[in-house]
Design a protein around this ligand. Sequence first.
Ligand SMILES: [Fe+2]
Ligand SMILES: [Fe+2]
Length: 202
Amino acid sequence: MPYVADMRIMTERMPSDPTAIPDAETLAGLAGAIPGLMGDLRSDHAGETGAVMIYLGILAGARSARIRDFAQAHLATERQHLAQFAALLPLTQRSVLLPLWRVAGWLTGFLPALIGERAVYLTIDAVETFVDQHYEAQLRKLPAQGPGCALRSLLMACQADEVHHRDEARGANMAPAGMLTHLWRWLVGTGSALAVAAARRL
Ligand SMILES: [Fe+2]
Ligand SMILES: [Fe+2]
């Protein structure tokens, strides 16, 4: 499909920068200066783990070539995000609930994929809308100058990728929004918010 091919090219043009990872010393300094930073990063790592699993769930459930291309392209980006947060966050700081986020993520992709293309696009639109706001809230806490610059670059690059994923899903889903659509969006947004709140602490 020409549309999907174009979108894959766009995804490849907008990768998050793999060099923008602060070293451990810088991270420790930032964590001392910015309350809640480690919890935020724990939730980022957990969220990117869930994102990878969402696309693996879609690929397990979808038969449509268009959806599979969409999921493969996004999966590559989410794996890159996860690798960056894994390189950043010490093992001792990771969420103890990672197995739960993996299962929840996989189901969040697999179940809509069983329903069809529109359900997948709607889910990705809802998830990425939440993730955009999640990164935006963190960026507001980081100073624009100083030792937090590398972390700021990483978050901004990830946010740009997520916005691109959201817009791609939204552009592909031409179905009018009904009550079920609003309900599903609310469920995905609320579930994501609860997961982030838990991952910040555990
Ligand atoms: Fe991501
Ligand atoms: Fe994404």
